[in-house]
Design a protein around this ligand. Structure first.
Ligand code: HEC
Length: 189
């Protein structure tokens, strides 16, 4: 038996499809960045929004990747899995970010009052201390505090503030409880 040879026309059709696919992707490039939807082995490699560093825009990218699945893209939270709202949240809008930074570093567990309503899931919120840099944590918290989409408006959080809290809490492994957090002054010393 001679070896099987695929018809030449098949390869030409493939080449045309490949070309069209490419052109299609190029066409959409202005509207979305395909990179944003790829899984990241290393979360620190999440692409920046490009151009000058704007903490709110950088933070929006981190939020979409890591927080929106639970807290929802519009920040409303999700009663189905106990994730509280971050849009308009009294925790998010606190004058100082000392508690917020702790929540993102180590996660939080167990009943928590947000805007007068009790929330919480059996597993709580996971820790991001090993996954995110000081800068990324500062950006994502600044985003949830200043998101123009949610009309939140609270002061900016800097990487230096995150570094200071990270150092102070470095020996802690457990998630925070709301009772513990309430005892910590909101200002970062
Ligand atoms: C796996 C789901 C999940 C993910 C992912 C998650 N959270 Fe949470 N988050 C929760 C839960 C659940 C709570 C309530 C914790 C508790 O029970 O004490 C919470 C609480 C909070 C709170 C305090 C309460 C409030 O709603 O204001 C903030 C702020 C917050 N999360 C921000 C973030 C940010 C920023 C990210 C991304 C870096 C994030 N979360 C990722 C589930 C999640």
């Amino acid at each position: 038996m001679g070896s099987y040879t695929a018809p030449v026309g098949f390869f030409i059709a493939l080449a045309i499809l490949a070309y069209l696919g490419h052109a299609e992707l190029g066409y959409h490039n202005g509207q979305f960045s395909p990179g944003v939807y790829e899984p990241y082995a290393d979360l620190r490699s999440i692409p920046k929004s490009g151009g000058e560093v704007n903490p709110v825009d950088e933070g929006r990218v981190v939020y979409a990747q890591l927080c929106s699945a639970c807290h929802q893209p519009n920040g409303s939270g999700n009663p189905a899995n106990g994730c509280p709202p971050v849009a308009g949240s009294d925790w998010v809008l606190e004058e100082g970010p000392a508690r917020l930074i702790r929540i993102v570093l180590n996660g939080a567990k167990g009943p928590i009052m947000v805007n007068g309503k009790e929330w919480g899931s059996p597993v709580g919120m996971l820790a991001f201390k090993d996954a995110l840099s000081d800068e990324q944590i500062a950006h994502v918290i600044t985003y949830i505090r200043q998101s123009p989409e949610w009309k939140n408006n609270a002061p900016t959080v800097t990487a230096e503030m995150v570094k200071s809290v990270r150092e102070k809490t470095s020996s802690r492994g457990a998630q925070w409880t709301s009772d513990e957090l309430m005892k910590i002054p909101t200002a970062v010393e």
